[in-house]
Ligand binder design. Sequence first.
Ligand code: BDR
Ligand code: CA
Length: 312
Amino acid sequence: MTPLIIDTDPGVDDALALALAVASPEVELIGVTTVFGNVSLENTTRNALRLLALLGRDDVPVAVGAARPLVHPHPHLSSAHGSDGLSGYAHTLPEPTRGPDARDAVTLLRELLEQADRPVTIVPIGPLTNIALLLAAHPHVKPKIGRLVVMGGGVEGGNITASAEFNVWSDPEAARRVLVEEDVPTTLVPMDLTRRCAVSAQWLADLAKTSPTAAALVGLTPDYLETYRRFLGWDGMAVHDAIAVAEAVRPGIVRTTAFPVDVDCSFGPGRGALLVDRRLEAAGPKTLDIALDADLDGMRAFLFDRLGALGG
Ligand code: BDR
Ligand code: CA
């Protein structure tokens, strides 16, 4: 089993991503770290604790991370996930019987990596602030990271601005540090692919029938579904973060291509955009493995099989 850490800002799709990790025997979820993002740090932390309670994994430490980006004084939260980050239904989840870990996120990440006897996969599915701080403060743990599987960025455009995807835009300096300036093996799962792997409202309704746990997860989706209906005219939703966890659980489920990349950290209209150089002659100091393709129906079937097998 591969040890797995999820750095997250739950978030409706983060909730499904956490559930997928718990439902997957190939990985051992050894820690969860929280970050501001979809909603405030207070809410993302509370949501992570509640979700792990729902999933019967109160044994997994949840450590509190960054409340704001590295440079910007204030986080810009998302409106896509409802008032509490879970479509206004966080209160339907079990009340956690514990609080967060006494250690902050960077300390927990450092200690878990130092103690690991095998390479650890880290899946950042929110702003990259915690990971940038970890790599800057504790570079000695880098060899213990087998791989980062990051959900973030848009190759053909964005979702929070015309050019920027939410996770990268939320903290571009952190994203640049992690995706461009560091040398940790990284797979980037951008919104181009995660949107193509979207699930339908019927898929969710069918999933809800499989168990009370699955029904509780599907019960968190109404506001998020409504966002997709309103802005894209979809009768379904992207499960962005779950696609990154799928790749962590089953390496190769997405198909990657290496491209030189950069992140726009200017304060102009392109701020937070992922710059992917797809010119044939392009040569950059750093290339990133970017997931641009997958067996889309196979991915949806994989997610359904795993989430549909959740106990309870
Ligand atoms: C990313 O932004 C968040 O709203 C989602 O949880 C996902 O991590 C998609 O752009
Ligand atoms: Ca997220």
